[in-house]
Design a protein. Structure first.
Lengths: 98, 154
């Protein structure tokens, strides 16, 4: 998946600010849980900030269900370049509907 | 209010599901063991119970918004401010508004007023989850008792 650099920068800033993680530690290849140690509560804080910043609604419940059922590897949602690609897709989807 | 039982909301005065707003009333009891310790000879409703009161008003709002499909559990309290003191016998007016309906979580802003003055306010976040076994019916019963859906608009 391709990632908009501007999207990654905004998301990385949100994660750094919300989860108190040094910005330089956050890369497109970072896994939010395995590499950055973000727990579920902190991830919901990040999701709220992302929802607000991009005007979207991250489908966390569906993603969680898909990961728990083994249908999708967690990396697809929690590695930041993949997360950002999904944010871009949600933003595009919203723009198309508008 | 039954402070010892964490039943903080006495009555839902108004519920506007379309606008995501709720208004509730709560009467602080004249006597409670809580006041024996907080504070001896100078009874004040603890800030933590005012926070719980804002959380419960918000929780009922989220329950109504989700049509009881999921249960909200408090997970974060931000920007809480306690602007005045309140004690036994006070009539509290609680308002809450739904700020964001996320996937698996919800965000509200809530406030309590007393005698027309701001008492406290906060931004609250809730994780929304399937009802744990056995909790659905008691929550519906409690919501019915306080008239959650009686004054509902939309």
């Amino acid at each position: 998946m391709s990632t908009d650099t501007a999207t990654f920068d905004r998301v990385a800033d949100i994660i750094a600010d919300t989860a108190d993680i040094p910005r330089e530690k956050i890369t497109p290849e970072s896994h939010a849980i395995d590499d950055l140690g973000i727990d579920s509560l902190a991830f919901l804080d990040i999701a709220f900030a992302v929802d607000k910043a991009f005007g979207i609604k991250l489908p966390l419940e569906r993603w969680t269900q898909e990961v728990n059922e083994g249908k999708v590897p967690a990396e697809e949602y929690f590695v930041l370049k993949n997360l950002c690609a999904r944010i871009d897709a949600l933003v595009a989807e919203k723009a198309a509907k508008a | 209010m039954r402070l010892e039982y964490f039943e903080m909301i006495d009555q839902v005065v108004r519920l506007d599901r379309a606008a995501g707003q709720i208004e509730c009333l709560a009467l602080v009891p004249e006597a409670s063991p809580v006041f024996e310790g907080h504070f001896p000879g100078h009874p004040l409703v603890p800030g933590v119970l005012l926070t719980e009161t804002m959380a419960q008003a918000s929780g009922y709002l989220v329950l109504a918004h989700l049509d009881f499909a999921q249960m909200p559990f408090l997970m974060a309290v931000d920007k809480a401010r306690f602007r005045s003191f309140v004690g036994p016998g006070a009539r509290l007016e609680i308002t809450a508004s739904l700020e964001h309906d996320g996937s698996g979580y919800a965000v509200t802003k809530a406030a309590i007023r007393h005698e027309g003055k701001a008492l406290c306010d906060a931004e609250l976040r809730f994780r929304t989850m399937p009802f744990p076994d056995g909790l659905d019916a008691p929550m519906r019963e409690r919501a019915k008792k306080i008239g959650l859906l009686d004054g509902a608009a939309a």
